[in-house]
Design a protein. Structure first.
Lengths: 157, 157
DNA sequence: TAAGATTGATCGGTCAATCTTG
DNA sequence: CAAGATTGACCGATCAATCTTA
């Protein structure tokens, strides 16, 4: 170990609690979602990102950037959802390398039917357990950790 | 949507920031670890849990409980690490259903060599970006979210 | 050459089924 | 039957390689 700088007891406990919390929350929400709908957690966030937009469509690379996903992950996920009829893809006129993804009517129905139960779960497991002050503090603290705003580049260069 | 109770703008922003933060941190730390060592993030936490113990050994179910993992996940992970010589298993005398897992010397060497760089990354990406007050607040807030202490039962019954 | 996107291999996690012992 | 543990099948994520166009 030599001259390694360890974490203080306080820091270590906070770090471990944070890790446990996020792992537990993700697992519970994923389970809850797959129990009450036909959507995985990943399906859900894709549909949220797209339905946030007026036309329900977006460039593939932009979807990946907003979710902080690698392009291959985005591609695989969209392809699977397309196969299930939740999304469709179309070519981009301006940039002929690119593609648009759009929510289908089935996709809209799926998220509209899944959302209430999922939001309930987020409330039950997360929101309702925190005070407003804690919520504000958490938000500020996350912004401090996250790289500026859109620094989602996985590899360094 | 009907009568669903949505989240306030503040709650929604905090929740999304939290999700982004944990996803980004996990990805960065996993990448950093696999870049500077032969251990995955999961290997690392298993070795931390075991080397925390005097004898470096623990019952399999206890390891799973401490990490909040399902038993099949624990079993698969331990088997893989055993195959790579990082752990070994032995029967439990008292309870003949059970098994002990123990860190091998190779396992100890692996984590001792990986730890400094990993702790540096945790500092750089997390600890150094927060004040002491934020760290304390985060810890308290995680404890509020987490079910009492050892409520890690994945399925309801 | 870089950016947008796709593909196939591989690895890790989940689920359901199974086995053994308490 | 419940608890500790294992297994195999399936799905999802990552990585490296590839293709096309800016």
């Amino acid at each position: 170990m030599a001259g390694a700088r360890w974490l203080s007891e306080q820091q270590q406990q906070a770090w471990r609690a944070f890790q446990r919390t996020q792992a537990w929350l993700n697992a519970e929400l994923a389970r809850d979602l797959s129990l009450h709908s036909e959507l995985s957690y990943q399906d859900y966030v894709v549909l949220v990102a797209l339905t946030d937009r007026p036309g329900g469509s977006m460039r593939l690379f932009e979807l990946g950037r907003r979710l902080g996903w690698e392009k291959s992950r985005t591609s695989h996920q969209v392809k699977r959802m397309q196969g299930r009829g939740l999304l469709d893809k179309s070519a981009c006129g301006q940039d002929r390398r690119g593609a648009y993804v759009r929510v289908t009517d089935d996709g809209r129905r799926a998220i509209e039917s899944a959302a209430p139960s999922h939001v309930d779960a987020v409330r039950r497991l997360f929101v309702d357990r925190l005070t407003d002050e804690q919520m504000v503090a958490l938000h500020a603290l996350c912004e401090a950790v996250l790289p500026s705003s859109s620094n989602c580049t996985p590899g360094a260069p």
